[in-house]
Design a protein around this ligand. Structure first.
Ligand SMILES: [Cu+2]
Length: 216
């Protein structure tokens, strides 16, 4: 029993990044020569009303959740971010192997994109799979700046036959200001959201809503 558990556990270990790069390229060397795929992303303030209250949000090309971007392994991605906000922004390409300067984390790898600026992210796609991208600036990803990245396999038929591909990115909307949420989540020894839901533990025991109400 122990052995089986160990084996399963081993398979779940994440593959080192340089192995992924090796596997995805011929003879261990990355060869490109695919097409250049360009996207233009216009980032703009908007107002949404999901719950009966108007709230500030950010739309990318007019929508909440940014467009799904498709590339094929070996392509060169050229993504132009047009900042139409009144604040700095940027896109971070989550889990993507790329030159550091295009990674899009402001003050760490990439300069923030200022209001009115257009910024080009350019990288060669050396992996396949489904990833996501999001703003790494001022919690803007919470209010709309997130989307799906699809890197298709360069060669070979998909092992699973399907008629339609529908990438799904799950999100949750809250009317609370994202900065307020982050502040509350980082406060030590508080469980604000559990209390709001009237579900919290006292001495390891989960209190039901009725009990919580009585004891509050
Ligand atoms: Cu990320």
């Amino acid at each position: 029993m122990d052995l089986v558990e160990n084996e399963d556990h081993k398979e779940l270990q994440p593959e080192p990044r340089n192995n992924i790069l090796k596997k995805n390229s011929a003879n261990g060397k990355v060869s490109f020569g695919g097409k250049t795929v360009r996207y233009d992303l216009y980032v703009k303030d908007t107002i949404v009303n999901f719950t009966g209250k108007d709230r500030k949000a950010i739309a990318v090309n007019g929508k909440l959740q940014a467009p799904t971007l498709y590339f094929t392994e070996g392509d060169t991605a050229e993504i132009y971010l047009h900042n139409m906000l009144k604040e700095n922004t940027g896109f971070h390409w989550h889990g993507v192997i790329l030159p550091n300067e295009f990674d899009g984390v402001p003050y760490l790898t990439t300069k923030p994109v200022k209001p009115g600026e257009t910024h080009l992210y350019r990288f060669k796609v050396s992996q396949n799979g489904t990833y996501w991208y999001h703003s790494h600036e001022s919690l803007q990803e919470q209010i709309g700046m997130n989307g799906i990245l699809v890197f298709r396999k360069r060669e070979g038929n998909p092992q699973i036959k399907y008629t339609r591909e529908i990438p799904v990115l799950l999100g949750e909307w809250t009317n609370d200001n994202p900065k307020q949420i982050a502040r509350r989540l980082h406060m030590a020894n508080t469980d604000w959201y559990a209390i709001k839901k009237m579900r919290y533990r006292v001495m390891g025991k989960l209190l039901s809503p009725e009990i919580s109400e009585q004891s509050c």
